[in-house]
Design a protein around this ligand. Sequence first.
Ligand code: SF4
Ligand code: SF4
Length: 267
Amino acid sequence: MDAADLHLIMAPTTGKWQDFQGGHTARINQDECSECDLCRDLCRWDAISENYQIDPIECEGCGVCFYFCPEEAIDFPLKTCGEWFISDTRFGPMVHARLGIAEENSGKLVTLVRQEAKKLAEEKNLSLILTDGPPGVGCPVIASIGGASAVLIVTEPTVSGKHDMLRVAQLAAHFKVPAMICVNKFDLNPAETRIIEDIAREKDLTALGRIPFDPIFTKAMVQGQTIFEYDTNSETGGAVKQIWGKINKTLGVNNFRHRQIVESLSG
Ligand code: SF4
Ligand code: SF4
């Protein structure tokens, strides 16, 4: 959601879109302001200038000035922070969103996208929702895990990859969502890959497989394709299919083809 890029491959054609409103921004009505300075004293973010203009970038939307202004001279309207879409793709329907530059509330937007995807899946009688979760462990990740049937952590054989894997695993455990892992670019550091898989076993995370470092991902992306469309028989594609097969088996679901919906939450 913060730097979503799945649409580059999915090439969605938008059928429906809507503004996303999240958070507020304060605005001083100069005609009603008595210039008492109280708002300037109270604002923790120094967002109000000496001539009582509020900097929309600095304003955190906390509402303190609005609630304490003795003249009720401050408006506090909801602001539009982005937009969300329901689109068609060559793989099925896709619910996705775009957050405005420097806008916050991405967790709230992720939650909205997930709710809309669920509604759509029910309407269309679709049995599977794939959520492309954001990297890291921030608020949008938390919003993308709650209520999921399972989480696949795609990690890499690096110190930060291992660290983030453990933190996402902790989050998944907190929400009681079973977590599985696969190691991307495993051949860049086979020793670290083995350590990651050992840790996964200790933590009861199902290790599903390894994906090699392969320029096919970049080549396919440049063509706006998946690696399976770019080359139907690549070795790397085979590794990814094997992982997908194990996920199907673990979750006990079959024949997803043409019955899936994709949410795009990140890059
Ligand atoms: S608190 Fe209200 S009246 Fe006082 S300076 Fe701020 S906007 Fe003006
Ligand atoms: S809403 Fe909060 S951050 Fe924004 S100007 Fe008022 S006090 Fe400052």
